[in-house]
Design a protein around this ligand. Structure first.
Ligand SMILES: *Cc1c(COP(=O)(O)O)cnc(C)c1O
Length: 394
């Protein structure tokens, strides 16, 4: 049935013997994806309400993205950044036209563009009076490199990796007073997720982001939004900041941006866009023709298929039915198709039970089920997924 002739046990054995065990993996071996569905090595199908940690945000193997990749692969896969190529140019313009006047830097992952944003904040501070401190928030998540774990507001990602890069300060999410206490003459940037993802699907309040914007303006501090998870339509707007009427000085994108191909973008407002000059930053693979063509196809598909509308409609529908699904549900949070169900008990068992019943979801912060179906999800698929989840909860 599948080109891959290995059996499941053999795959698990090879992982055990040859793959570094840095992930907690569920006992599920996937070979194929199509829309909101994935198929395991035994041929069983699962409804995927957490497609690739939001990488497959348009669903698995969206035909528009696949076509763009196949066409591009025959033309050019990679050119170095020592040269010009039209694909990166076009993607940069597309992102800027869809967000705010500025420029882009491309890399290959969320952590990598957050690193680039940290370096941007550092060089901005350096040029404006030796400032270097960056403020971020409790329960935030910004990646797994040394600098991005220093930026991340969760101890569990840092344990065992000291000493970490210096100059990172933490404040309380949705608490302007605590930020005020941390801001000082050495502060160069504030880094925030408009909706904390790994932190338990916690939306920032409009008051909070507006307050941060004012504080940054008053003190010449850069306001940087990590939209790696919230960006590319996930909340019903192309970028989550557009729900708030607060424009950041820079934002980072990855995950859904490439529709399954690794790509990240740092988008920087005009005033700050020329700080990273030749020799200050680079990424060998960053913004190559294949990745840029995939990302262009993602933008095109979101527009052509009215996926922002679908996200709002399906998100509102899903949120409403999730509220009444079980007495175990304490709260349903989030925007668009980025939803979190806070339970009154731990959720790991529910995730396992859902998988056994053919539904893939995620659990974060122990008690929050994270539900992020592809933006292409249909009402029928939502009904099916919810009925499975309801059975597992009750
Ligand atoms: C996933 C994520 C990252 C890290 O992205 P990688 O591609 O895994 O490096 C950073 N920030 C947020 C908000 C994320 O959700």
């Amino acid at each position: 049935m599948f080109p891959n002739k290995m059996n499941e046990a053999e795959v698990y054995r090879l992982y055990r013997d040859y793959v570094i065990p840095s992930y907690q993996r569920e006992p599920l071996c996937l070979v194929k994806g199509n829309g909101a569905w994935v198929t395991d090595i035994k041929g069983r199908r699962y409804l995927d309400f957490f497609p690739g940690w939001a990488v497959s945000g348009l669903g698995h193997c969206h035909p528009g993205v696949v076509r763009a990749i196949v066409n591009q692969a025959e033309m050019a896969l990679h050119f170095s950044n020592n040269f010009y190529q039209p694909y990166q140019a076009k993607l940069a313009r597309t992102i800027v036209k869809a967000s705010f006047p500025g420029k882009c830097f491309f890399a290959n992952s969320g952590a990598e563009v957050n690193e680039a944003a940290i370096k941007l904040a550092r060089i901005y501070g350096y040029r404006t009076g030796g400032r270097y401190q960056i403020i971020s928030f409790d329960r935030s998540f910004h990646g797994r490199t040394l600098a991005t774990i220093a930026l991340t507001g969760q101890y569990k990602v840092k344990r065992g990796f000291a000493p970490l890069p210096q100059g990172f300060w933490k404040a309380k999410f949705n608490d302007l007073e605590s930020v005020k206490k941390s801001v000082n003459p050495k502060t160069s940037a504030i880094f925030v997720e408009p909706i904390q993802g790994e932190g338990g699907v916690r939306p920032a309040t409009a008051e909070f982001l507006k307050g941060l914007r004012k504080m940054c303006d008053d003190n010449r501090i850069m306001l940087i939004f990590d939209e790696v998870q919230t960006g590319m339509g996930r909340t019903g707007k192309l970028f989550a900041y557009q729900n708030y009427g607060v424009t950041p000085d820079a934002m980072t994108l990855a995950k859904t941006l490439g529709g399954g191909i690794p790509i990240g973008a740092l988008v920087v407002r005009k005033d700050f866009a020329d700080l990273l000059q030749p020799g200050t930053h680079a990424s060998t693979f960053g913004g190559n023709p294949l990745a840029c063509s995939a990302a262009l196809a993602v933008f095109e598909t979101i527009e052509k298929e009215n996926l922002l509308d679908n996200t709002l409609k399906m998100g509102a529908y899903l949120k409403e039915i999730l509220k009444g699904i079980s007495p175990l549900v304490k709260e349903v949070r989030g925007a668009g198709l980025m939803l979190g169900l806070e339970l009154t008990k731990e959720g790991a068992g529910i995730v396992a039970e859902a998988r056994k019943n053919g539904l893939l979801i995620n659990c974060t912060q122990k008690k929050v089920l994270r539900i992020m179906p592809p933006l292409t999800i249909t009402q029928k698929e939502i009904d099916l997924g919810v009925s499975i989840l309801q059975k597992c909860l009750n």
